[in-house]
Design a protein around this ligand. Structure first.
Ligand SMILES: [Zn+2]
Length: 364
């Protein structure tokens, strides 16, 4: 993808900049890469980001509410982004398919699973069984109820919104439904929502201005609602770097808690987001374990461990050595191992630091 950058805006040093300067490899004059179009929007007088007042009250609320982590969380992990309503039935189908293949080869069939959350949870073994909790996502109109049905289980929290690929779902009814869901116990965030300009046919960017316009409108609306409710925001961005940064700068206070999930965009976008939004975290999935994802691994190397969240985005993108299989929240274990090796720290340090970030963003 072609990106247009320009080093245009000098940003004053803040505590956040100072903390992360070594990682950002910046010299003493801190200049932030700015996407071309956003720069011109700024000079043409684009609306300013929300006011300092809401920033203060939000960060204050977060600091007050957060209890320290209990000892029991040591060595355990949270999958901060998964789609259980898609994971469980697919795992069940996979186990039956595995059994059928084994039988055809005259081998003893492996354990078969019914489409039951409890059965799957009880089947986790070894490091996968260190799973402590999940943030389960519902992000299209038709699946919201189904996704919310998992909240009855211990350790399952929810986040709900409308995914950019389902932007056409957005109407008054879905807005009302989401607002009601935000009042439910265990609903910890708004999303995922965002922009997805990936064109499957051309494997490039979607050019259709109508489709882009709809996604932008629905993303902006959901950011405004999340900010007004002071709900953490889960962002999906794919092939839409300039517009993502532009809209987030326009609609989010700089201290709003944000999880940019399954981060696969450029290091430039990663660093721009980390600098601009002090409570933002980047989520990494099984993609970090892929041999053909050196750019994502580079982003991990350039991102302070304190700004990383562990996730699977299951059932998609199972990590090595399970590529091509159905991903599930226990696979966070392998994501954590890979991040530890990329950053040259222990697995225990990755788990403890990311667990803290999970509490900071989601309050769990
Ligand atoms: Zn997702």
């Amino acid at each position: 993808m072609t990106r247009r950058f320009g080093l245009l805006v000098a940003v004053p040093l803040t505590a956040v900049h100072v903390n992360f300067l070594p990682t950002l490899r910046r010299s003493s004059s801190v200049a932030r890469p700015v996407f071309g179009r956003k720069a011109s929007a700024k000079s043409s007088g684009a609306p300013a980001a929300p006011t300092t007042g809401s920033r203060r009250s939000l960060s204050g609320r977060y600091k007050e509410k957060l209890k320290p982590l209990e000892k029991e969380t040591a060595g355990r992990f949270v999958d901060t982004h998964c789609h259980l309503d898609k994971v469980i039935p697919r795992l069940s189908r996979q186990s039956h398919e595995d059994a059928r293949r084994a039988k055809a080869k005259g081998l003893a069939p492996p354990r078969q699973m019914n489409a039951s959350y409890k059965e799957w949870r009880d089947s986790l073994e070894g490091s996968e069984n260190d799973l402590e909790a999940c943030v389960n996502i519902g992000c299209q109109k038709a699946d919201l109820e189904q996704a919310a049905s998992f909240l009855k289980y211990d350790g399952i929290y929810g986040a709900f919104g409308i995914h950019p690929l389902h932007a056409h779902d957005w109407d008054d009814e879905v807005e009302k439904k989401l607002l009601a869901m935000m009042t439910m116990q265990k609903v910890v965030a708004w999303g995922e929502c965002g922009l997805d300009y990936f064109d499957k046919k051309t494997r490039g960017q979607v050019k259709d201005p109508k489709l882009r316009g709809l996604q932008r409108k629905v993303f902006a609306k959901q950011m405004d609602l999340a900010v007004s409710l002071k709900k953490p925001l889960v962002v999906h961005t794919r092939f839409a770097e300039e517009d993502t940064l532009e809209l987030m700068e326009k609609h989010l206070p700089t201290e709003h808690p944000v999880h940019v999930h399954c981060f696969t965009s450029s290091n430039t976008l990663a660093q721009a987001l980390l600098e601009r939004f002090s409570s933002l975290r980047l989520g990494f999935t099984g993609v970090v374990t892929f041999k053909n994802a050196p750019e994502v691994q580079e982003v991990v190397r350039n991102t302070p461990l304190e700004r990383i969240l562990l996730e699977t985005d299951s059932p998609y993108m199972a990590p090595e050595p399970f590529r091509g299989r159905i991903a599930h929240p226990g696979h966070v274990s392998y994501v954590a191992d890979k991040i530890a090796s990329l950053k040259g720290v222990s697995r225990a340090e990755v788990l403890a630091t990311c667990r803290k970030s999970t509490r900071l963003i989601y309050g769990i």
